[in-house]
Ligand binder design. Structure first.
Ligand SMILES: Cc1cc2nc3c(=O)[nH]c(=O)nc-3n(C[C@H](O)[C@H](O)[C@H](O)COP(=O)(O)OP(=O)(O)OC[C@H]3O[C@@H](n4cnc5c(N)ncnc54)[C@H](O)[C@@H]3O)c2cc1C
Length: 415
């Protein structure tokens, strides 16, 4: 059996390792288009913050790791597919044949649709190549404008601040991380960042970026106001890398649509990670969950199914954990609540602690938390376990911070 994995990120690498384990005799090939050994984008902020060298971002640390496991890692870009020949076509015209293929091509950053978005000094922060360029300009005192305070923007914010840049954050939504945090939580994160000297402007639209001399930029806002910048980082969202699948019949909505076996609409083509639109644990619908835990889960489950073991996937739980200048926040599942559901919240604004719980019946289905690091595992466990809270639901409605007690009490009951 020839297994071909397109994309050398966490989804692809996890899939290759699992395939090797469950199919010792088949061939396993990973092809990725970046020049570095497989690495983790998640580690880029630590590289920018000088906590690790480039090598520290590599997913597997020894040079012969893949060779030793008879996993072939190739560099090249797949540009199209030849479904009839069961082959991928690479940029240089060569082909790679497969019996089963995994699309693990991840996503790419969206370039904002404004004039000046392509100017030197304007970067996404997505690849190691981006990070190297950012590191060159993000020197102490450099005026840095970060466009977008979503999940990725809020993650890199810390590294930019730690490098000593003078940071302005511009967010179109009315709060920070608006697709992950409710109003109270998003506003508290903003206040926290401001207290650390970051200039955060929400409900703010950028209309243009202009050059104003050597290595100097102006970011123009919709009210005409210019902001000086030595470096502009754009973090306005990502889109799955699906271009090479055009014309294949592989169903793509936002990402490659996959069933519970991570299989696409073409029988021997699977998809995993940021590129896949798979089952959402909370809603039962389909969603792209562009986070690393989902990439690893998808990779593992796709590999089992590619190897012929029928292993249905329960769906990915939307879960984001953020460290913003030392303030830990997390969002889980249906954090925005469900129809006819109940909600409870506990707020301690002076200590930047906040907890919001969302229930469907007596089951916890979503949460936002700020400064409550001890609860993260418990929240996930209760949501993923679909634990019936019984009488504990009312106690939590009165005081959500008793969540750990509720977890332990329910555990005891089911033990
Ligand atoms: C700065 C930053 C910080 C992050 N922090 C976190 C975090 O704290 N927590 C978290 O959960 N997630 C985080 N993420 C998101 C996380 O990195 C992604 O969800 C994860 O990398 C997805 O893994 P993947 O394997 O699906 O895709 P990727 O890691 O993107 O890997 C896909 C690979 O496929 C390659 N490829 C694409 N097209 C082709 C082609 N046609 N031919 C060959 N190769 C191709 C790509 O170049 C890439 O190397 C962060 C992302 C960034 C950028």
């Amino acid at each position: 059996m020839r297994h071909l994995i397109v994309g050398a990120g966490p989804a692809g690498v996890t899939a290759a390792e699992v395939l090797r384990r469950v199919d010792p005799t088949g061939s396993v090939t990973i092809i990725g288009d970046e020049p570095e050994p497989p690495y983790s984008r998640m580690a880029i902020p630590y590289f920018l913050d000088d906590k690790i060298e480039e090598e520290g971002t590599y997913l597997r640390k020894t040079a012969d790791y893949f060779d030793k496991r008879s996993i072939q890692v190739m560099q090249g870009r797949v540009t199209r597919m030849d479904l009839a020949a069961q082959a991928t076509v690479l940029e240089d015209g060569s082909t790679l044949e497969y019996d089963r293929m995994l699309v693990a091509t991840g996503s790419h950053p969206i370039i904002p649709n404004i004039s000046g978005a392509e100017l030197p000094g304007v970067h996404a922060c997505w690849t190691l190549a981006d990070a190297r360029q950012i590191a060159e300009r993000a020197v102490p005192g450099a005026k840095t404008v970060l466009i977008g305070a979503g999940f990725i923007g809020s993650i890199i914010l810390e590294a930019l601040a730690m490098r000593g840049t003078k940071l302005t954050v511009l967010e179109l939504g009315d709060r920070m991380v608006p697709r992950m945090m409710n109003e109270r939580a998003g506003n508290l994160i903003r206040k926290w960042c401001e207290s650390k000297g970051v200039d955060v402007r929400v409900s703010t639209e950028v209309t243009e970026i202009r050059e104003r001399g050597k290595n100097k930029l102006h970011v123009i806002l919709s009210d005409g106001q210019p902001i000086d910048a030595d470096l502009v980082i754009s973090a306005v969202g990502v889109r799955p890398n699906v271009g090479f699948l055009e014309g294949t019949g592989v169903e793509v909505r936002t990402g490659v649509v996959v069933n519970e076996f991570l299989q696409s609409s073409v029988e021997n083509i699977y998809a995993a990670g940021d590129v896949a639109e798979g089952r959402d644990f909370s809603t039962g619908g389909y969603a792209v969950h562009a986070v690393q835990p989902t990439a690893a889960d998808h990779g593992r489950m796709a590999a089992l199914n590619m190897a012929g073991l029928s292993a249905p996937y329960q769906g990915s739980l939307l879960m984001n954990v953020l460290d913003t200048l030392g303030l830990i926040s997390a969002s889980f599942g249906q954090w925005m609540g469900v129809e006819n559901g109940d909600a409870a919240e506990a707020l301690e604004p002076e200590s930047y602690r906040y907890l919001s719980l969302q229930f469907d019946g007596d089951v916890l289905v979503g949460a936002n938390s700020l400064g409550h690091t001890e609860h993260i595992g418990v929240l996930r466990g209760l949501i993923q376990g679909r634990v019936a809270l019984g009488s504990w639901k009312d106690k939590l409605l009165r005081n959500p911070t008793r969540i750990m007690e509720a977890y332990l009490a329910r555990e005891k009951l089911t033990a």
